[in-house]
Design a protein around this ligand. Structure first.
Ligand code: FAD
Length: 365
């Protein structure tokens, strides 16, 4: 029997890619298996890395630790792939002033000052380039004479189409890719180590299979959720901003000076296809902002999330050669570079996995 390969990674979305890249850097042997399954999240993502989360304007989980590692990882990948795929930028948002903004700003000032700049400005001075949202919350007293200009910085934008295409070429050229649909449910195939697959022998297997991984018999008790997301790519002639602009949808630069407009967050959905409803909503969104646009592509994918709103990863407590990294939710592009090395270091050096993301939280011994 040949010396077994150290790892078989199932899935080369951003999770599998970041694991593979770390193994490549460490000169540890691996193969990736991916079947380009439809509605996977990574190819349809806008690739935004934003240190401030959601409507409550809170600092993103562990972002102070995540940002430097994530930036460094994409920079190294840019070198490997001979193309810059990470851009530093900022995000802007305008909304009518209201008492809740004052409350939020006051409450979160300490944790947010590093990343945000709030300006309260007279409405009369509004330049008309952006669309002012009514407010980010309802049920508060508005001050119609003023608006808030929020700038979040730094944000980063990953060139998703370029990264995925160049990475795929790289792993094909290095003979690291197996283009097959791995039968996750056929557990006898891989429940002992070493095991054989596609004429290779492997010691360990890691599932990074996004929402398809929810049925894996070793991990199907983990608290997965699914969130469908849709977006459009539009050719827009008169874009009045440079960075990322957030209002009902978020707009960011995309390939070939096209713009990415998205996304929806649907927890209940009948199918993962693109919908007429989202198409119409995004058209209305652009008309309301007087953008001369032509929609050239519709995108749809399913994010694999968790009820705890944290990703999870780790090694199965009984079958210790079987691992998982999943549940990246809306933030795979910032989380995966940070988490991937920790999963491998846990296997090799027994360094603990972050408690918040450890799958052992869901196993009863
Ligand atoms: C519309 C939209 C916009 C988004 N925007 C952002 C954003 O701006 N920033 C951000 O950080 N995140 C964003 N996200 C979230 C991000 O896309 C996900 O967090 C991330 O892509 C998850 O990556 P993953 O590798 O875990 O899973 P996936 O990307 O779903 O990858 C799973 C891979 O596994 C493969 N696979 C599955 N099962 C098998 C099998 N049995 N055999 C072989 N291959 C298999 C699939 O083909 C696929 O390639 C967005 C998501 C959506 C849907």
């Amino acid at each position: 029997m040949d010396e077994p390969i150290d790892y078989l990674i199932i899935g080369q979305g951003i999770s599998g890619m970041m694991l593979a890249f770390y193994l490549w850097e460490q000169k540890i042997s691996f193969k990736i298996c991916d079947a380009d399954l439809p509605f996977s999240a990574s190819p349809v993502a806008s690739g935004i890395i934003n240190p401030v989360t959601g409507r409550r304007l809170v600092k993103t989980w562990m972002i102070d630790e995540i940002l430097p590692i994530t930036f460094n990882t994409y920079s190294k990948l840019s070198n490997l792939l001979h193309k810059n795929i990470i851009y530093k930028t900022y995000l802007e948002q305008d909304f009518i002033a209201s008492t809740n903004i004052d409350n939020l700003v006051q409450k979160n000032t300490n944790q947010l000052t590093k990343y945000t700049d709030f300006k309260r400005l007279p409405l009369a001075s509004f330049d008309g380039n952006h669309h002012i949202e009514n407010s980010i919350h309802n049920n508060y007293k508005y001050d119609d004479s003023q608006y808030i200009k929020l700038k979040i910085s730094p944000c980063f934008l990953i060139d998703v189409p370029e990264l995925l295409a160049l990475w795929k070429t790289f792993v094909i050229n290095e003979n690291l890719l197996i283009t097959k649909n791995f039968p996750e449910h056929e557990t006898p195939l891989y429940q002992h180590t070493p095991f054989s697959y596609d004429s290779y022998n492997f010691k360990n297997i890691i599932f990074c299979s996004g929402f398809y991984g929810q049925l894996n018999p070793f991990f199907n008790h983990l608290p997965f959720t699914q969130i469908k997301g849709e977006a459009v790519i539009a050719n827009i002639q008169n874009v009045p901003f440079k960075g990322i602009y957030k209002s009902k949808y978020t707009m960011s630069a995309y390939k070939n000076s096209h713009y990415y407009i998205g996304t929806s967050y649907q927890r209940d959905f009948l199918n993962a296809e693109t919908s007429e409803t989202f198409l119409k909503n995004s058209q209305d969104f652009m008309i309301a902002r007087q953008l001369n646009s032509e929609i050239i592509e519709q995108l749809s994918g399913v994010r694999s999330g968790t009820t705890m709103r944290r990703p999870f990863m780790g090694w199965h407590p009984y079958f210790k050669h079987i691992g998982i990294m999943n549940g990246m939710g809306t933030k795979g592009y910032s989380l995966a570079p940070f988490l991937a090395p920790k999963l491998i270091q846990n296997k090799l050096e027994h360094t603990p996995i972050l408690k918040d993301v450890d799958i052992h939280n869901y196993f009863t011994f």
